[in-house]
Design a protein around this ligand. Sequence first.
Ligand code: NAD
Ligand code: ZN
Length: 358
Amino acid sequence: MADTQLFDFKVKSQIQDYEVHFIDSLKESLDSSLVNGDFIIIDEKIKELYSEQLDEVLDGFRFISIEASEKQKSYEGVIPVLNQLMENGFKKNHRLIAVGGGITQDVTAFIASILYRGVTWIFYPTSLLAQGDSCIGSKTSINFREFKNQVGGFYPPKDVFIYPGFISSLPYSEIQSGMGEMLHYFIVSGKEDFDFYKSRYQQAFSDKSVLTEIIGRSLAIKKEYIEKDEFDKHIRQVFNYGHSFGHAIESLTNYQIPHGVAVSFGMDMSNFVSVKMNLIDDEVREEIREVTQYIWGDYSVSGLLPAELMKALSRDKKNVGNQLGLILNGGYGKVFKKLVDPDDTFKAWIEEYFNDQS
Ligand SMILES: NC(=O)c1ccc[n+]([C@@H]2O[C@H](COP(=O)([O-])OP(=O)(O)OC[C@H]3O[C@@H](n4cnc5c(N)ncnc54)[C@H](O)[C@@H]3O)[C@@H](O)[C@H]2O)c1
Ligand SMILES: [Zn+2]
């Protein structure tokens, strides 16, 4: 097991290597890293909540505040941002500074990757999901019509600054989401990492320093995979664990269930199917379920219709022909991709899963 990374570290990228820094003071970090010409793209909620630390900085720089909505993360949403950048004299040698969660990240990274064929961007992730997962990995997707994350590429920031203080203002649902999203790294990585997570997760919900430890370890695990497969061609694909079912759940619930919570249900469904296929013992599923149940708390999938879920699963981009491209669990550290026929047996498993939930 690699060391927990609570110290600065570098991520190797085929586009450009970048650094991740853990910072104690937001204001000091912004004061020392921003330079003339920088343009800040900030989540409007963060601008309000952190006005004390940010107002002075924002006075000295050009900025745009955006709404963290999936609608903002689209061509239509990106156009007004591009307009403002152009109208305010943003040039190729200037930099974009993103301050926000995954949505602000995707909007900024997408623009940074296309504007003048690429400008430098820097990221201050503010949500748990962005701090413990999306801030590294180079992905830059926006939505197209009702389809999520369908347009984009790979374009890493130059620096990532993680300020754990941001976690204090997150609603509980965002902590659940971030914890659910990070959990999948720990199962994919192996038993030792799962035990690491399992021995800390309850405390992490209320103790920022324990949570920061989990963030550090989550990023360390992800780093290993993305450095080997930045463009998601082979081994990185195991991080879709929980996501085929998770995306289906998100679409069936109109995104009322936060992404990472949907992923924790998705992992449980994947484990359920894996037990049915004799890939893992039920004890493994139960051991993981103890954790996922805590994460999803009051959220429930019991009202969802199995037939609708099958329909949503059939639209997954990992599918090949009629077969579902699922990420299944062969044990800790042995998560793998498998093509599965959506036959009557499979459909019966899905029905059984939902019957068990009610
Ligand atoms: N590029 C990638 O690699 C990648 C990876 C995973 C997810 N994503 C994308 O990220 C998005 C989800 O990320 P997210 O959950 O960070 O979304 P988000 O940016 O919408 O943030 C979630 C909510 O929390 C609020 N928020 C953020 N930080 C806060 C803070 N410190 N205090 C109080 N409120 C705060 C936001 O305003 C928003 O309402 C999705 O669009 C997903 O597709 C991208
Ligand atoms: Zn995810």
